[in-house]
Structures are given as C-alpha cells and as structure tokens.
Write a protein of this length. Structure first.
Length: 360
C-alpha cells in the first residue's frame, strides 16, 4: 500500500513538472516591474496586484544613481498585501513633502521656488512576482489590419505627458525613453521598419498639433498618436469648442490622407490645484472619446484607467510632480493601454514594461 502511494506521488510529481515545463502553459508567476509608492512614516500601502514575493525595492538619488533597499528598510506583509517603512528605514519619508496651501485648502502653482515640490525623488519602485495572472492582450493592432506596408512612421503629438516630463530618463538625461512614447519605441524597435517620432512639447495645447500635423504628413507619417487635453482643459468651457475643432478637423484630414490615428485621453489631475475643474476634465475627455467614436478610430481611456486603480493614490503614487505628470510606472500604464493597438503578433506572452488587467 505504501509503495503504491509513493508511486502515485511520483507520477503526480512528474506530471506536474511536465506541465510546468510546457512552453504553452501559463507562467507560475506574473512579473510586475517598477510599481511606485510614496510611503509616509510607517503607514502601510497596498500593492496593485497580489504580491507573492519581492525581488527589488529601489529609488534614485539626486544625481540619478539607483539606491537599493534591504529588508531592514521595509516590512512586507503578505497577508495584508502591503508594504511600509521600518522605524529606521532609509526609504524616503513622504511626510517630508511640504506644500504651501491657500486659505481655502487649494494650492497655487509656482515655478521658482517650486510649489508643490516634485515627488519623484521621494518615491520608491518595487519589482515583485505576483500570483495574479494578467488577461491575454486583446489584439486590436492597426499596424497590420490597415495594410501599412513597408516602413511605418508613427508620429506622436502631445504635451508634457507624452514628452515624459519628470520621468527619470527626462529628469536626469533629457530624453523620453521612460515615457509611454519611449516604451512603445523600445517595444517596436525589434522591427527596423517601424519608427516612432515624438513631436510632443512641454506646455503645449492642441493649437500646436493643429498647426503642425500637415508637416508630419509631408515628412511621411503613417500613423498619429494624439495626446492633448491636460493643458487645454485648464481654460475651461471657453476653450472647449476650439479644442474639439483642432482635434476633429485634424483627424478628418489625417484619415482622408490615408493615415491612421489613435487618440489618448488624460487622467484626473490633483483636484487641490486652484485652477483645476473636475467637470472640465470629464467634458474634455468625453469630447476626445466622441471624436474617436465619430471617426471610427481607437480611444485610449486614461481617465477611467487611473480612476480604477485599486490600492493606489494616483497623485502620491503615480505622478512625479504631485500634479499631473505620470511617473515611470504611470507611463507603463499608458504604454500598456496603447499596446493592444500596436501588437506585432498574436503569440506574445511576456512583454517588458507591460502592466496588464488582472484575471479576477
């Protein structure tokens, strides 16, 4: 009897190993890279996904050097799926972030000295393995569906978000490699026939795009990614019609020229800024979605994506400026939402920097 049990256990073990080694089987863990946190005191914060074990906890110092932390600096609670600073932790304490507020509880932006101060150097990033599986990527690729043959030139027009403001690559090295544009370029770089050109500029509004997109068509653009609204909507309803006209007229002309378009929305910035109006944020995003729907082009809904992030405080954890610039992890979320429209093939299982939707 004992021998039969041993033999049965052996067969089960071998079967498990064979299934685990099958290249077509699901991976045992999902790798999550660079999830960002701002930790205050010893208050715990939850992970976006179920963390099984932590691979690395790190931040960056004032000159861009990577700072690694040990278990002496943090406490990982697997039952609560959370992390917090220890008593003598070297991890930056977000309590040191000081903002000057107005009497009514809002703040006014100031460039020098900066108010609110940047928070990118107060944040930590965590690489971990999770038992949470990601849903398969819904392939909506427009690279092949629309018969884009030969060299494909993707032009990105946007504001400081698309230019990667305050991502670490921009902050320390002046380039966009950590932005969603840079991540998309890196992913597509395996194909030498695809070029990603970033025409985005800090502080720009849709007027800039409307006045420049024709030059991109002349230069050989095949596909446009349009990311505006964060700056435009500050002017409220007075600018909304102009915003709609700029984007819609350009999209129609681009499509009539035989090119493709993807429109990207924007998230709810810090509601404590004295110039923010949440109604305008909603209306401008709705305008972008309506333009996309009316012209039958993809719309990437960043507003609802960010609103539905469980366990994350978007302004503290996902922005780099405590206002409206996504940090490195925030750009991974943008990239991951764009990716279905740019998949190179149907069989990709693990894509670097991709943060998927969990299987619940």
């Amino acid at each position: 009897m004992t021998k039969k049990i041993v033999d049965l256990f052996f067969l089960i073990s071998i079967s498990f190993l064979l299934v685990s080694c099958n290249e077509n089987s699901s991976p045992e863990y999902t790798l999550v890279t660079g999830e960002s946190f701002s930790l205050s005191g010893n208050i715990p914060k939850g992970f976006l996904f179920e963390a099984e074990y932590i691979l690395s906890v790190y931040s960056y110092d004032e000159v861009g050097n990577k700072v690694l932390y040990t278990k002496d600096d943090y406490e990982f609670n697997s039952e609560l799926n959370s992390i917090r600073r220890t008593l003598n932790s070297r991890i930056p304490n977000f309590n040191t972030h000081n903002v000057t507020f107005n009497e009514n509880g809002t703040f006014s932006f100031n460039g020098v000295p900066r108010n609110p101060p940047l928070i990118n150097l107060l944040q930590i990033y965590i690489d971990y393995k999770s038992r949470t599986s990601f849903k398969p990527i819904n392939n909506k690729s427009i690279l092949k569906d629309n018969n884009l043959d030969g060299t494909i030139n993707i032009y990105v027009y946007g504001d400081s978000i698309a230019s990667g403001a305050q991502t670490y690559s921009q902050y320390f090295n002046g380039n966009d490699s950590d932005s969603f544009v840079g991540l998309l370029r890196k992913y597509l770089n395996v194909d030498d026939s695809i070029n990603v050109i970033n025409k985005s500029e800090n502080g720009q509004v849709s007027d800039y795009f409307y006045n420049d997109y024709q030059s991109a068509i002349t230069d050989g653009a095949d596909l446009f990614i349009i990311e505006f609204g964060m700056n435009d909507h500050i002017e409220g309803k007075a600018r909304l019609n102009n915003f709609i006209s700029n984007i819609n007229d350009a999209v129609i002309n681009i499509l009539n020229s035989g090119n493709q378009v993807v429109i990207v929305g924007f998230f709810q910035q810090n509601v404590l800024w004295d110039r923010e109006n949440t109604i305008d944020t909603i209306e401008y995003n709705e305008a972008l979605k309506n333009i996309a729907d009316n012209n039958n082009v993809p719309f990437v809904d960043i507003y609802n994506l960010y609103n539905n992030l469980s366990n994350k405080h978007v302004i503290e954890d996902i922005t780099a400026d405590w206002m409206h610039h996504p940090n490195d992890f925030g750009h991974k979320l943008y990239f991951s939402s764009l990716l279905p429209y740019f998949l190179l093939n149907n069989n990709e299982i693990s894509i670097p920097n991709y943060i998927g939707k969990p299987v619940l």
